[in-house]
Design a protein around this ligand. Structure first.
Ligand SMILES: [Zn+2]
Ligand SMILES: [Zn+2]
Length: 745
């Protein structure tokens, strides 16, 4: 049934395209006969085509022969390389199918199409005007010229209705489904042409915040984007962190060409060391991200030789796919989004992003590139949903600097203490800048803060005067109004420097009424309680405390609704997959796409482990792979499973009773005990009476077991456990964990 919807949709598009193409035919004539409008359109789209077509027409055969690139070679950016086996196969397939299709085409349109195709290849010089689709798929340009005829191809496609149910389940239901409701005119520049399918497999980051990880697969190649961690929920006592399940990647280890990291936040790099422990692969990321990854790999004693530094604008080849890095803005410098060039088409992955027109480092998100990709045709967009619920625009990071300026003035005479995220280098830059203009020295607290600042300074992301930072021990040499402290603990983390200061437990900082404290962060959901506790304690110590609710001391690093719409408008994807967020965020983000006129059938809200497959024409969820969470506790990875967690929760909530008896195995007589120990249940000494009764009950239970010649120790243990458990529950209404132990002699 979704097939029907779908063809209705493409049919509509095709109709529009036909009209368009009728007009667009003209440009293939000499420019004289072209209306300015059409000519402009053509110029914007495919600069070289018109000119070249005219040229080739005079000597098509000669041109064909003199094509500079022999068929066994491919070109990527400025690099010419031998075609891989897979690419050669693909090329043959494509040529064969192109030949087949042409027979059914009208003779008139065949020639110019073919020529246009040749020309693009010969013209390709830089990455920017290079057509990756063409590289891998000789039919693509021809198809673009002809509007793709999606209907014919659909007919020749194997039946998809088997997937229909699943597809429907995963698609967004919305009133916009009926054509009448949708704002008319949504059109992606992606030309629906059936090609080698690409599979997108989210392994983390969907229906959750954190542990982002996605696998992209095509033919015999696979690569991964990001490998993050999530922080444990309150229902995971003792767990240090949560990482994605790598099973699927390990099962495909021969296919893996590498991993790309979009930026240096924990939810994107935190799981990487654990992945590389299992499976070595090249890692590609920008300089600051690499520096942060290095720190992690060193901690785990892993080699750094697999790390490859890239800069935005560069492209990395991943087998038959290629990944282009596009600069974006975010709350850590050096963040990138990705254009993933695949045989099926271009996939755009935004990574975490916001649009900041006045970023601290002057590096504005490369909106132009997103637009260029949109003009060439984007098959699918995957975009950050974290702030999809928030209307408007996320303010520029510079806004926080303005607030700091005012607050530094207000804090006159006081010591300033600012807590923020260690990775927010631009925030730190603005604090340092304000300290410099106000003649204050800066002292840094917290290990992660020290690490981030030293890495960022070394790499030049943080520009500070030599003498601005002072040693913590030298602090006392300066009056309060001549120093500024930067510290971790903006989330009220129990072990962080700010929390210890607030609790009066910090070695070198005591909070007094002459402190002016700024918490430059928003509490991550779940941390509100911790932050409130810290704020209360700081206020109790007499300090003045400023936090987000009071002034603009924090801006988000994620795009709000208007920015999300901007990216949609620039890329005009054929399909949309909201990523990075809980279900409510994904749903809201999907709604934004629908409100812009994207057909509901083309929006996919997925779950981790879903195999999302697209062949350039259609997209569907074709299966499920193993995916989930792996808990890390100390050195143990994955050894804390649901049974261990259940026990931990049970122990934490109800405590433990241990019952020990000694039995002579030959005679089956009770030699010693029962002894009862308890932890976290009741204080035994104050409940002697109840414990005596429990002991009596146990003796009776044992007598009846041993009397009836029961020698199965496990069965005896179960009887003991049940007897005590029932008794305790009747007396206290509690259900402690009961652990019977039988010693045999
Ligand atoms: Zn991030
Ligand atoms: Zn993130």
């Amino acid at each position: 049934m979704s097939k029907k919807n779908h063809s209705a949709d493409t049919g509509d598009t095709a109709k529009k395209e036909k009209v368009k193409k009728a007009a667009a035919k003209k440009p293939s004539l000499p420019p004289k006969g072209v209306s300015p409008d059409d000519f402009d359109k053509q110029k914007k789209g495919r600069k070289n085509e018109g000119k070249k077509t005219a040229k080739t027409r005079s000597a098509p055969a000669a041109q064909k022969k003199s094509g500079r690139l022999p068929p066994e070679l491919s070109i990527l950016g400025n690099t010419v390389y031998q075609k891989t086996e897979f690419e050669r196969e693909l090329l043959e397939q494509r040529l064969a199918s192109a030949a087949g299709e042409k027979q059914t085409d009208r003779a008139a349109s065949e020639k110019p199409a073919k020529q246009g195709k040749k020309d693009t290849r010969r013209k390709a010089k830089s990455l920017d005007d290079f057509d990756f689709n063409y590289l891998l798929s000789p039919t693509s340009i021809a198809d673009m010229e002809e509007g793709g005829k999606p209907k014919d191809r659909k007919a020749s496609k194997p039946a998809q209705s088997a997937q229909g149910t699943q597809k429907k389940k995963n698609r967004v239901s919305s009133p916009a489904k009926t054509a009448g409701d949708a704002p008319s005119g949504y059109r992606s520049n992606h030309k629906p042409v059936k090609r080698t399918p690409v599979r997108i497999i989210p392994l983390g980051g969907l229906n959750e915040i954190g542990k982002n990880m996605t696998a992209f697969e095509c033919g015999s190649d696979m690569f991964i984007v990001d490998c993050g961690l999530a922080f444990p929920d309150s229902d995971m006592p003792g767990v240090d962190m949560v990482i994605p399940d790598f099973t699927y990647v390990e099962q495909n280890r021969d296919k893996v060409r590498g991993i790309i990291i979009t930026h240096g936040h924990e939810d994107h790099i935190g799981g990487l060391a654990y992945l590389l422990m299992r499976l070595r692969m090249p890692v590609y990321a920008t300089a600051l991200t690499i520096a942060l990854i290095e720190g992690k790999l060193k901690e785990h004693g892993l080699p750094l030789s697999d790390l490859n530094k890239i800069t935005p604008g560069q492209t990395v080849k991943m087998g038959c796919m290629a990944v282009e890095f596009i600069r974006v803005n975010h709350s850590i410098p050096d963040s990138v989004g990705l254009a993933i060039h695949t045989p099926a088409g271009v996939l755009v992955h935004t990574g975490d992003f916001k649009v900041d027109f006045t970023p601290i480092d002057g590096e504005i998100i490369d909106l132009a590139r997103f637009g260029e990709l949109g003009n060439k045709g984007v098959l699918a967009l995957m975009a950050d949903s974290t702030n999809a619920e928030r209307p408007g625009h996320t303010p520029s990071e510079r806004k926080v600097g303005e607030t700091f300026e005012r607050l530094f003035a207000r804090a006159d005479g006081k010591r300033i203490i600012i807590a923020t995220f260690a990775s927010n280098i631009h925030r730190i830059q603005q604090i340092v800048d304000n300290a410099v203009t106000n003649g204050r020295k800066v002292a840094v607290f917290g290990r992660s803060m020290l690490n981030a600042i030293s890495a960022a300074t070394q790499l030049g992301y943080l520009k500070v005067p030599d003498d601005i930072f002072i040693d913590v021990d030298a602090m006392n040499k300066y009056p309060p109004d001549k120093i500024c402290l930067i510290t971790t603990g903006s989330q009220g983390e129990p072990m962080s420097a700010l929390t210890r200061m607030a609790m009066g437990e910090h070695r070198s900082v005591t909070i007094t009424p002459s402190d002016y404290i700024i918490i430059s962060a928003n509490p991550i959901p779940g941390n509100e309680k911790f932050v409130t506790r810290v704020v209360n304690e700081l206020l109790r110590a007499g300090a003045e405390v400023v936090y987000e609710a009071m002034y603009d001391v924090h801006v988000s690093g994620h795009a709000c609704q208007e920015e999300l719409k901007l990216i949609q408008a620039l890329t005009r994807p054929r399909f949309f997959i909201p990523v990075h967020g809980e279900y409510k965020h994904l749903k809201k983000h999907a709604g934004l796409a629908l409100s812009m006129g994207m057909p509901a059938n083309n929006v996919f809200i997925c779950s981790i482990g879903d195999v999302i497959e697209t062949d350039g024409v259609d997209m569907k969820v074709t299966g499920k792979v193993q995916a989930g969470r792996v808990l890390v506790d100390g050195l143990g990875v994955g050894d804390v499973g649901s049974v261990v967690l259940r026990d931990r929760k049970h122990l934490a909530e109800d405590g433990l009773m241990v019952v020990v008896v000694t039995i002579e195995s030959e005679t089956g007589t009770l030699v010693a005990g029962p002894d009862i120990l308890s932890r976290g249940f009741v204080y035994v000494r104050e409940n002697e009476e109840m414990m005596d009764e429990a002991r009596k009950l146990l003796v009776d239970t044992l007598d009846s077991c041993l009397g009836s010649n029961m020698h199965d120790w496990n069965a005896i243990k179960t009887s003991m456990k049940n007897a005590v458990s029932d008794f305790i529950f009747r007396r206290t209404g509690r259900k402690p964990m009961i652990l019977p132990i039988i010693e045999e002699i």
